[in-house]
Design a protein around this ligand. Structure first.
Ligand SMILES: *[C@@H]1O[C@H](CO)[C@@H](O)[C@H](O)[C@H]1NC(C)=O
Length: 356
């Protein structure tokens, strides 16, 4: 064998063995990098099946909730611009007021609910307009830029079975048809084990989104309207303009002639009035639906306020039971005990005197 031939053989041997080895090493490195670098919930489906099949990340759900409320708001604005609301009635409320429905309610519902369902297919979602059927809906992908840059938001995994999402695609529909647009909001709420944890109240005509995640973070708008030392000396109580009659009497009886009543529409709007100290309390004496109040409940909790029914019980937003909160509502930022004690005392005396 000549020197030249040997060199040729060696070269071929190296050529044959190094290439597949290099490919294998590169592939292996890629796979390791892929598994190590990504957050648990962003790993491939196979991995998810092994580890986090039944979990959802609340940070992602917050992003989705904000987007859903804002996308719903776009539909509401578009219908308002066409001036063709296609208004019809869903019947009468318990207070005997007309309960209207428009194209905006339907379109907003579809974008919000279908949009969230596509990203979080296994989560239970309840919407005010669940009877609507949806087709050709604009969907969206998660976009973390809806959060401000300084928002500190950890990855928090919870069991999917413990999560309930409540959607109000258009709060204050009656006022929407009357062009009283400041009252209109779109809302999303995330409850875990029945407790409201994330709340989003979006005001499409004002272009503001108030969101909060209890114990974690809140939107810049919310931080801006929230006074550090609210003045609570004089009761300023906001009530619904559609059934203000009986509750006005109750307020004068319970809190005195000195108290001021502010009629407004929309449960979302009224909670924002409490948060900004334009009202010291929001009082509702009859039934109210859970999609109307869950987001406000979460936001008030995040700010150290409170929302209870008129028996001073927290409202349960779990999937079981009725979507109706039967026992009225009191929402405050401060001095909830003072307000609820007076109300409960009055109602007790009232019942007693009624039996005489
Ligand atoms: C509170 O009231 C002031 C004065 O009427 C108003 O300018 C402001 O927008 C209100 N805040 C909210 C959150 O609506």
């Amino acid at each position: 064998m000549s020197y030249l031939n040997r060199k040729e053989n060696m070269g071929r041997r190296i050529h044959v063995h190094r290439v597949p080895a290099a490919i294998a090493i590169i592939l292996l490195t890629l796979i390791i990098v892929y598994f190590v670098n990504f957050n648990q919930d962003e790993r491939p489906a196979v991995y998810g099946l092994l580890r986090n099949q039944n979990k959802v990340n609340l940070r992602k759900l917050l992003i989705g909730a904000i987007q859903a409320a804002q996308r719903g708001g776009i539909e509401v604005l578009e219908v308002a611009q066409t001036r063709d609301l296609k208004e019809r009635s869903k019947g009468k409320t318990d207070e005997g007021a007309n309960d209207p429905f428009t194209d905006a309610d339907g379109r907003s519902h579809c974008v919000m609910k279908e949009g969230l369902h596509r990203i979080f297919p296994r989560i239970k979602i309840f919407s005010e307009e669940d009877k609507e059927s949806c087709s050709n809906v604009n969907t969206f992908d998660l976009d973390p830029t809806v959060l401000h840059e300084t928002a500190d938001l950890p990855n928090v995994l919870v069991d999917i079975d413990e999560v309930t999402v409540w959607i109000d695609p258009l709060d204050a529909t009656q006022e929407f048809t009357e062009k009283l647009y400041q009252y209109v909001t779109t809302m999303v709420c995330v409850a875990v084990k029945g407790k409201p944890i994330i709340g989003v109240i979006h005001s499409p005509f004002i272009g503001q989104t108030a969101w909060a995640w209890v114990d974690h973070s809140m939107s810049e708008y919310l931080a801006l309207i929230h006074p550090l030392n609210p003045d609570t000396t004089k009761p300023l109580i906001t009530v619904s303009r559609s059934h203000a009659g009986s509750v006005k009497e109750l307020i004068k009886d319970v809190f005195g002639e000195n108290s001021e009543i502010i009629t407004a529409a929309g449960a979302g709007y009224k909670v924002l009035q409490v948060i900004s100290n334009n009202a010291t309390a929001y009082l509702h004496s009859t039934k109210i639906k859970k999609w109307d109040i869950c987001a406000g409940d979460a936001i008030l909790r995040a700010l150290g306020g409170a929302m209870t029914n008129l028996n001073d019980e927290f409202i349960n937003y779990g999937p079981e039971g009725s979507p109706v909160n039967e026992q009225g509502l009191l929402a405050t930022l401060k001095t909830h005990d003072e307000y609820i004690d007076k109300l409960m005392q009055f109602r007790k005396n009232h019942v007693v005197s009624g039996h005489r």
